[in-house]
Design a protein around this ligand. Structure first.
Ligand SMILES: C[S@@+](CC[C@H](N)C(=O)[O-])C[C@H]1O[C@@H](n2cnc3c(N)ncnc32)[C@H](O)[C@@H]1O
Length: 223
């Protein structure tokens, strides 16, 4: 399966999941999320992964002055929470159906912007816009191609300000059997693969947490 076919499959599969039950496929903890529960779960993600880590994320900058990029914004669950902390949030997602739901969820957040992208690049973002922090959770764990994930890392590197952090989660369980046409179970990374990818893409892989597990978190600082 070539990359163009994988991108098309990701878009089709995630559109179908969004139509069936977007919130369940975004966060499988519940089949029938209420608005309040769904967005509170996004607040929890931001409390746990962002607010506990503001020294690395802000590096002395005021959160209200920072522009944040989110890869795989889904139905706006985390985007909404990020928009309450930072000056601007820009989210991209391969699924137009997810993006439509995120736009509705963010109607009252004038500092949040979402775009449907091609599943591998950030070409859709306005030219010249740079970011102070980039974040992604439970997205790369679904991307079946390491090449596509690495392409995102390279694209994020181009858009981040020097020294800034890309904090993201990948699948760390290398015992899983994945397949290029399975858009649910993403390509796993070993600790060494995570380090090598950072170095190839112009990042310092300063911290890693959860190697060997589903939630393998990487802190890549732009050199
Ligand atoms: C499990 S949901 C998580 C959404 C969001 N990160 C959250 O935590 O609420 C995964 C999202 O990743 C998106 N996605 C999957 N593959 C993608 C890709 N190649 N590029 C951009 N988004 C992608 C899906 O459309 C879906 O909205």
């Amino acid at each position: 399966m070539d990359n163009a076919a994988i991108l098309k499959k990701m878009q089709q599969d995630w559109d179908a999941r969004a139509r069936e039950n977007a919130r369940y496929y975004v966060a499988t903890g519940k089949q029938d999320w209420t608005d309040q529960e769904f967005f509170e779960s996004g607040d929890r993600t931001v409390s746990e992964e962002v607010l506990t880590d503001m020294i690395n994320i802000c590096q002395g900058r005021e959160p209200g002055q920072m522009r944040v990029l989110e890869i795989g914004c889904g139905a706006g669950r985390v985007t909404r929470a990020l928009s309450k902390v930072f000056g601007q949030v820009h989210g991209v997602d391969v699924s137009g159906e997810m993006v439509a739901r995120a736009r509705r969820a963010l109607e009252d957040r004038p500092n949040a912007f979402v775009y449907q992208n091609d599943g591998a690049t950030l070409n859709i973002l306005p030219e010249g816009v740079e970011f102070d922090f980039a974040f992604s959770t439970i997205v790369f764990q679904h991307i079946p191609s390491r090449e596509v994930i690495e392409n995102y890392v390279r694209e994020v590197q181009k858009r981040l300000k020097a020294g800034s952090l890309f904090k993201f989660q990948v699948q760390g369980d290398s015992t899983l059997t994945t397949s290029p046409d399975d858009t649910w179970l993403g390509a796993p990374f070993s600790d060494q693969q995570a380090v090598e990818m950072a170095l190839r893409c112009g990042f310092e892989p300063r911290y890693r947490h959860g190697a060997g597990e589903q939630y393998f978190w990487l802190w890549y600082f732009k050199k």
